[in-house]
Design a protein around this ligand. Structure first.
Ligand code: SAM
Length: 271
């Protein structure tokens, strides 16, 4: 079972998550001290095993063995949904390879929480996880997103924040951004702004806490057409020479230029 845990507010744990934790034989946790705090809050006692980035290669197969031997395992991460930007992804793959059914319980997830309050289009979005700390890889990642039209969400660490924003400004220009900080916690904060503003803000106030960035996608590039270099009259003549009468030609010109027929008519009178 993948059990999502609160990203800041302990009361965000759901009834179903609590029940699943209670019924598990053991819990695989990223940082067992963090999970122990949650279990103490819920008054649940369960054996914990550690499963995190630097022991996943040894710990993963052991967990799979125990499940195959009949035990029920709950996987949790320090906060939010397991397997989203954390090593849980590898354990789920190991289970899939061993034909072990995995059940994901819905619940707190940092990426969706930030997106939903971003004020940016949510119909199409892409999650970009953490940018690399290495400047070259970070910049390559951002360069590859320059034409991305969907709203983009990035996880962030406070010590990397200023470099991320400066690089975003260089690759994306001064687009809209929502910087979400300390979601669901006492000092929850959102900056609805464009990329330059949080740069100057965090140059003055050093960033502290947990951050995410939600960034506006690229605007649709306007297609260039043969009509771009024509005057309105030349454009009308083009259609009239192709056999349309003046009224039909003006209608087509208005469509091509994305303006009203009245504006096209006004142009013809002017000339
Ligand atoms: N698996 C978790 C999830 O998707 O919900 C996220 C794990 S990832 C290792 C941790 C990152 O999630 C943080 O660096 C931050 O970008 C984001 N995050 C987690 N909790 C947050 C919070 N309360 N406020 C803002 N961002 C948060």
């Amino acid at each position: 079972y993948l059990v999502p845990t609160p990203i800041g507010n302990l009361s965000d744990i759901s009834v179903r998550c609590r029940k699943t934790l209670e019924q598990a034989d053991f819990i695989a946790a990223e940082d067992t001290r963090v999970t122990l705090k949650l279990l103490n809050y819920l008054e649940i006692k369960k054996p914990l095993v550690s499963y995190y980035e630097h022991n996943k290669l040894e710990s993963g197969p052991k967990i799979v063995r125990r499940i195959l031997d009949g035990e029920t395992c709950v996987l949790v991460s320090d906060a939010g949904s397991p397997a989203i930007s954390d090593p849980g992804e590898d354990l789920v793959r190991l289970c899939a390879e061993a034909d072990i059914p995995v059940c994901a319980i819905p619940g707190p997830c940092a990426v969706i929480t930030a997106l939903s309050i971003s004020g940016l289009p949510t119909g199409r979005f892409c999650f970009e996880g953490f940018l690399s700390i290495n400047k070259k890889s970070r910049q390559e990642h951002l360069a590859g997103l320059q034409q991305e039209r969907r709203t983009m969400i990035f996880y962030e660490a406070p010590h990397k924040l200023l470099n991320t924003l400066r690089d975003m400004l260089e690759y994306f220009g001064d687009r809209k951004i929502t910087v979400a900080r300390e979601l669901t916690k006492k000092y929850e904060e959102f900056l609805y702004t464009t990329i330059t503003a949080p740069i100057s803000h965090f140059e003055d106030v050093p960033p502290k806490g947990e951050f995410e960035h939600v960034v506006e996608g690229a605007k649709e590039a306007k297609e260039t057409t043969v009509f771009d270099n024509m005057s309105v009259l030349e454009h009308i003549n083009y259609y009239m020479q192709a056999g349309l009468d003046k009224k039909e030609a003006m209608k087509k010109v208005a469509q091509d230029r994305g303006v009203s027929k009245r504006e096209i008519y006004a142009e013809t009178i002017k000339n």
